[in-house]
Design a protein. Structure first.
Length: 443
């Protein structure tokens, strides 16, 4: 077989210099910090193709597939946003009715992070996008001012009607009414719910009845098996349902408390809440919420930063799986690269090490270079030139998860005043990738 007519390039450009803001990763296992060094490791395994194509030509071709600049990252992220199964949840209820607790239950992040995440949106609403404003899987809009007699209810209602206006037909919307089980002064909430229902009858509505423990008998000190079978709870729940009859599609009992409240489980009724949302939302959005609640992610790690970091790694892994599973008008690896740049930037911010997109991209290359060469070298032999088919949903999710775990190790070393250990980072990535492949394995 003759060699391709396209001539191999005569010169190899210098890899981009890593920003001085990023601590260098030294050691043989992480020397592949530039795209050509990365693919040199892969090219060594391309023995069959090496007889057919000049190795340098192959290396430069593959490098061009994976090279994503800042402008390209911004463009790709815009397309990613358009393809994400994003759910907008408008939460309507009085203060202390458990709205922020619902956000904690669905995202797994701490109360402090949820509190800091909400930002003023309109005069009577505030908004929190999870995991980031740029790439949200869940958008929570919380009402403020309900229950305050000095507030203009008509103005609040008109703002909420505007919030439900479908500005993006690709996003699923759901209305969540939150009512404390022992609160029967709900005339204002019913009026608002009635007007929203009349204006948007097709927007599904979930009635979440909260704070069940406030009606537990004196001899009950912990949550009973779910669903609760207590006379006081049953009677009050029936009364709330009757009060909001015709204004909701599904009702659920929940009691989301704080760890210091000593109720077990902390998120009582979470599975029922997720199942109720799954009935009301389209399939893709429901699946994303289920994946975000992977129980293995919530395990105690003895490291608050690492635990918090995992709550941000998971949605990016879900995004990678979602986007890799459907045909998109751009190559798979640049999409993954853009997601990973955003993920590493977010983790850096969490650890107090803010990075620019270029710096985050350099760190991604440094952390994942040698590992990526080992992980996909064999697949490249099989699938060149159609490499996009290699990145199945489970592989993309596992790789993104492993990169996030390795980045946490890197930033954790910096946080502790230590020099990042390349061997430990590579070991963490290898172990995380193996475990994540099983977690995200497609049926």
């Amino acid at each position: 077989m003759s060699e391709p007519s396209e001539a191999p390039p005569s010169e190899t450009p210098e890899p981009q210099q890593q920003s001085s803001a990023i601590a260098p990763l030294e050691g043989a296992s992480l020397k592949a910090s530039g795209p050509f060094a990365l693919w040199n490791g892969i090219a060594d395994g391309l023995t069959g193709w090496g007889r057919l194509l000049p190795v340098q030509w192959v290396v430069e071709k593959l490098a061009s597939w994976f090279s994503v600049g800042d402008d390209q990252v911004a463009e790709i992220l815009e397309q990613v946003r358009a393809a994400l199964p994003t759910t907008e949840a408008l939460m309507v209820g009085k203060p202390q009715a458990g709205k922020s607790s619902i956000v904690r239950g669905l995202t797994g992040v701490s109360a402090d992070i949820v509190g800091q995440g909400f930002r003023p949106h309109t005069q009577h609403t505030q908004r929190y996008s999870y995991p980031t404003d740029d790439l949200p899987l869940l958008i929570f809009t919380d009402t403020v001012g309900l229950g305050d007699v000095s507030q203009n209810i008509d103005a609040i209602t008109q703002e909420l009607i505007g919030e439900l206006q479908p500005t993006d037909q690709r996003r699923a919307r759901v209305l969540i009414l939150t009512v404390k089980i022992n609160d029967f002064a709900t005339d204002t909430l019913r009026q608002i719910a009635n007007q929203l229902r009349q204006q948007y009858p097709d927007v599904p509505c979930l009635l979440a009845v909260t704070c069940l423990h406030e009606l537990y008998p004196p001899d009950v000190s912990d949550h009973p098996p779910y669903p609760p079978s207590l006379e006081g709870i049953d009677r009050a729940f029936s009364a709330v349902q009757a009060s909001f009859a015709g204004l909701y599609d599904h009702a659920v009992l929940i009691d989301f408390t704080l760890e210091e409240d000593d109720f077990t489980p902390t998120f009582y009724g979470l599975e029922a809440l997720v199942n109720a949302l799954a009935e009301l939302l389209p399939e893709a959005e429901a699946r994303a919420i289920h994946q975000l609640l992977d129980e293995s992610v919530g395990e105690k790690l003895g490291n608050l930063y690492r635990e918090a970091g995992r709550r941000y790694i998971l949605p990016f892994a879900v995004m990678a799986a979602t986007l890799a599973a459907v045909p998109l008008p751009f190559a798979t690896m640049p999409v993954l690269t853009a997601l990973q740049v955003s993920l590493v930037g977010l983790l850096g911010k969490l650890y107090g090490q803010p990075l620019s997109p270029s710096q985050a991209g350099g760190l991604v290359s440094a952390i994942a270079g040698g590992f990526l060469a080992q992980a996909i070298g064999r697949e490249l032999i099989k699938f060149i030139p159609g490499f996009g088919s290699v990145i199945a949903a489970s592989w993309a999710a596992a790789y993104t998860w492993a990169l996030g775990e390795a980045a946490c190790v890197y930033f954790g070393d910096l946080l502790g005043g230590k020099k990042p250990d390349p061997q430990r980072i590579q070991a963490a990535m290898k172990e995380s990738f193996a475990a994540a492949k099983e977690r995200f394995k497609q049926p």
